[in-house]
Every structure is written in structure tokens, then in C-alpha cells.
Design a protein around this ligand. Structure first.
Ligand code: HPA
Length: 236
């Protein structure tokens, strides 16, 4: 049975789902990494595919940008389609000198200015954390390769264009937060609420200290390296 935002029939998704923000990245991942990938949903042009990777069933679906958008798709994937492991593969902005362009940042936890986790946690501060098993296997997969990998706290921000952006990123960096993006805390909150496992892996596409931005080619290459790590981590 479809949901308001996903038209796939029951059973169309694999237990493990990769979640890029951009639906066209989902298409690219399906075509570049999966065998026998089939399009299972395209409501609002948010494409979802299911195929296999090294014989393991896996799905990939776009989430759109921001906490509300990823929260809708993650909730429906878990509660309607029985998905068990949701892995965001995205981009982030580095907040500290020690994190470089093209590096990979894995969110052990996600701080946020979004109210969603307080709302679901009776007004208290919920520690939005990654699934330990996925985190461990993904860090191990990353360390087998050549990419520079950082594991720690990331900041999930509701405002890409913020009037207090500089204050917030300085405060976050001062507390050891490695990078900023816009979805992880929402994903971790949804997963906690519904008993699923979640992880956010991001490549650094821009640097808020050095004010650098990746070229389109570098962005594609580092995204590809990250997808390899995400799949190797999920199925090791
Ligand atoms: N801010 C928020 N989200 C992002 C950024 C950023 O600088 N870069 C990539 N995703």
C-alpha cells in the first residue's frame, strides 16, 4: 500500500536504504552501484530504487533538503515499508580547521537548532546519536580506504541562510562540532522514535573557516568514495 509521499507497493524497499538529499543522486547511485536496480517510487520526482550490492538487497531514495523533508520519508520507509537501516549520504560544511575539503565526516551524534527532537522528547534535550553497530562497521570500512575520516558531533541546522549563522557556527566549532548539514538530527530522531538504526555520512563540500567550495568534479568523486564506504560499512 502506498503512502502519501511514496508510491511503491508493499515489500518494494530493502531493509537497508541509502538516503542522499538529491533525488538525482539516488538515480545516479542506483545506476552506478546497484545491480538490477528498479525504480519503485517517483512521487514529486523523489526517486527511489531497489536493487542489490554484492548480492545484498539495498534501496536508495532521495530525501529532499532539511529536517521536515527527511523526517517524512524516513518515517514512511520505517513504518510502512519496514526499512530497518537508514543511511544518509550527503554533503556538509566543515566548521573546524582539522576537517578538510573532501574529507568524510560521520555523525556519531547530531546537535541541532531544530525543535523536532524536543517535541518528540517531552521538551527535554534528546541526544540524537547514530546506531552504534552501523557507526562501528562504517568507520571500519572507511579506515580500510584512503579517505580522511572524522567521527564526532555534527550540527543539523534548519537555516541554510541564517541571520545568526556566524555566531552559531562559531559556538558549535567551540564545542567541538565538526561540520554543519541539514538532516542528520531529524533522521536520528525518527529512527529512535520507531526503533530503526540510522547513520549520517557526509563529504565536506564547503569549508566555513576557509570559505572554499568543491568543484563539481571533486564533489562527484568524493560523493562516489562516500557511497562505497556506506555500502561496505552496511554489508561488512
Ligand atoms: N550548511 C548547511 N548545510 C550544508 C552546508 C552548509 O554550509 N554544506 C553542505 N550542506
Amino acid at each position: 500500500m502506498p503512502t502519501p509521499h511514496i508510491s511503491a507497493p508493499e515489500g518494494a524497499f530493502a531493509p537497508t536504504v541509502l538516503l542522499p538529499g538529491d533525488p538525482l543522486r539516488a538515480k545516479w547511485i542506483a545506476e552506478s552501484f546497484l545491480d538490477a536496480a528498479e525504480l519503485v517510487t517517483e512521487v514529486r520526482n523523489v526517486f527511489g530504487y531497489t536493487g542489490t550490492w554484492n548480492g545484498n538487497p539495498v534501496s536508495v531514495m532521495g530525501t529532499g533538503m532539511g529536517v521536515p523533508s527527511i523526517s517524512i520519508y524516513a518515517t514512511e520507509l520505517i513504518t510502512h515499508y519496514g526499512c530497518e537501516r537508514l543511511i544518509r549520504v550527503g554533503s556538509c560544511g566543515a566548521l573546524v580547521e582539522s576537517v578538510g575539503m573532501r574529507d568524510i565526516v560521520i555523525g556519531a551524534g547530531a546537535s541541532t537548532d531544530s525543535a523536532v527532537n524536543r517535541t518528540r522528547f517531552a521538551g527535554y534535550d534528546f541526544a540524537a546519536i547514530a546506531d552504534w553497530s552501523l557507526l562501528r562497521s562504517t568507520v571500519a570500512a572507511a579506515e580500510r580506504g584512503t579517505a580522511s575520516v572524522h567521527v564526532g558531533n555534527i550540527l543539523t541546522s534548519d537555516l541554510f541562510y541564517s541571520p545568526n549563522g556566524a555566531d552559531m557556527t562559531t559556538t558549535a566549532a567551540g564545542m567541538g562540532v565538526l561540520a554543519v548539514e541539514m538532516e542528520a538530527a531529524g533522521l536520528y530522531g525518527v529512527a529512535a522514535e520507531h526503533g530503526a538504526a540510522a547513520l549520517a555520512i557526509c563529504t565536506v563540500s564547503d569549508h566555513l573557516v576557509h570559505h572554499e567550495v568543491l568543484s563539481t568534479d571533486d564533489r562527484q568523486q568524493s560523493f562516489s568514495d562516500m557511497v562505497e564506504i556506506a555500502l561496505a560499512g552496511a554489508f561488512s
